[in-house]
Design a protein around this ligand. Structure first.
Ligand code: ZN
Length: 413
């Protein structure tokens, strides 16, 4: 299971908000989940059957609405030879828009993660659970257990423990065999141990480096060997930097992986909350620095710094509900971009030159627009929720848009 990027999470969350807001007057909103391995022809057959069953719906309006929703899905489904890589989900139906009015809506969503189950639902709201589950945090941690006899490498994904490699060593025990001098025996043992640690270090580094988005690494084992292994830097330096903590475990095999995860539970819970907090604390500390402050905030200042490639970390509140629109005047070709609140999207903007109403040429979610700008200069984007006091202050005190600069910038007064 891959990890979603902050952007993918944000996009999905917004989509779910929109879908959740759709309410049917009756059971007439259809949700259809077509998993990647499902034959389109089977889905068609299923829908044809639903169509004929739905002829029996008593209420005339509901029947009409359900039938037209199924027809709409069938015609959209025809565009697919086979389901896309992660499957495809259709949400179609008549949503209520006040008084006795309804409006037909149709969403076709290719989710960022695959799902397994075929689902057809007709209800007064859309069935969103499988998509909501994709938003559950699934942090990935590397697990490494080592002593002089065994080495086990695994991965923790969400709450799933995965065993990836189990190795045993040829390092002789502490006691020499007859006929060898004790010193010679000890020297050979140390050489064997060194080779064993090298082999484990290489294998673990290879596995952990291949895992993108690894949050950190937990190292365990009985006795002092793990500490020696870490201190002597048998791991690749990038992996070495990701070590969170060393834990004592009684075992170094698959069972030890469970021991390791259990002893690290508190540490990991702290890590999860603190990522956002840590970023915001850094920003708030910069704010107090005065002249050499690296803190940036407000759209104008942050945008200017982004365009200069001077932003190291961009902090955006997940609750920003703004759009960047490009307007063009049909009469004189005057064009401008501006940021507007979601609620002002339908407003008319007139040309400052000739007073003619301008046309919206482009509309993009402000978070997406700023993130794209950031990615061009390798600036890291952090989406911050309002779940912590620090996150809340980003939204309420700093307009939801802030950043930490790479170097102090001259501020406009
Ligand atoms: Zn004009």
């Amino acid at each position: 299971m891959q990890e979603l990027s902050p952007r993918q999470k944000y996009d999905l969350r917004r989509k779910l908000e929109e879908l959740k807001a759709c309410k049917g007057k009756h059971t007439e909103l259809i949700s259809l989940y077509v998993p990647p391995n499902k034959q389109i022809s089977d889905v068609m057959a299923y829908l044809r059957n639903e169509y004929s069953e739905s002829q029996n719906i008593k209420s005339k309006t509901t029947r009409k609405n359900v039938l037209s929703a199924i027809e709409s899905i069938m015609s959209r489904l025809k565009a697919f030879k086979r389901p896309p890589e992660n499957g495809v989900v259709f949400f179609v139906g008549h949503k209520s828009i006040g008084s006795d009015q309804t409006e037909m809506v149709a969403y076709v969503i290719e989710p960022p993660l695959p799902f397994k189950t075929f689902i057809y639902r007709c209800d007064s709201e859309f069935y969103l659970q499988p998509l909501e589950e994709m938003l559950v945090e699934r942090d990935v941690y590397g697990l490494l257990l080592i002593d002089r006899r065994e080495c086990t490498i695994g991965m923790l994904r969400g709450d799933q423990i995965e065993l990836l490699k189990y190795m045993t060593s040829q390092v002789p025990g502490k006691h020499g065999r007859g006929g060898q001098s004790q010193r010679r025996f000890e020297r050979l043992t140390e050489i064997a141990a060194h080779e064993w640690f090298e082999k484990c270090g290489e294998k673990a580094s290879e596995i952990f480096l291949a895992e993108k988005g690894l949050k950190g690494i937990l190292v365990g084992g009985p006795g002092p060997t793990k500490k020696y292994f870490v201190e002597e830097k048998y791991l690749h330096h990038e992996i070495q930097n990701k070590i969170i903590e060393l834990f004592d475990t009684g075992y170094t095999d698959e069972y030890g992986l469970r021991e390791l995860v259990a002893s690290a539970a508190d540490t990991m819970a702290d890590l999860r909350i603190s990522q956002e907090k840590k970023m915001m604390k850094r920003f708030l500390k910069e704010i107090t620095k005065g002249k050499d402050s690296l803190a940036l905030y407000g759209e104008e200042e942050v945008r200017r710094a982004l365009e200069m490639g001077a932003v190291d970390i961009l902090l955006l509140s997940e609750d920003l509900r703004k759009y960047r629109i490009t307007l063009t005047c049909p009469a004189c070709n005057y064009s401008e971009s501006k940021t507007v609140d979601e609620k002002d999207l339908d407003k008319t903007y007139t040309c400052p030159k000739c007073g003619v109403p301008m046309e919206v040429k482009e509309k993009i979610d402000l978070i997406d627009e700023l993130s794209e700008l950031a990615e061009k200069t390798k600036c890291k984007v952090e989406l911050i929720s309002k779940n912590s006091p620090e996150g809340d202050s980003l939204y309420s005190a700093f307009t939801g848009i802030a950043g930490i600069a790479r170097y102090p910038l001259e501020k406009k007064l």
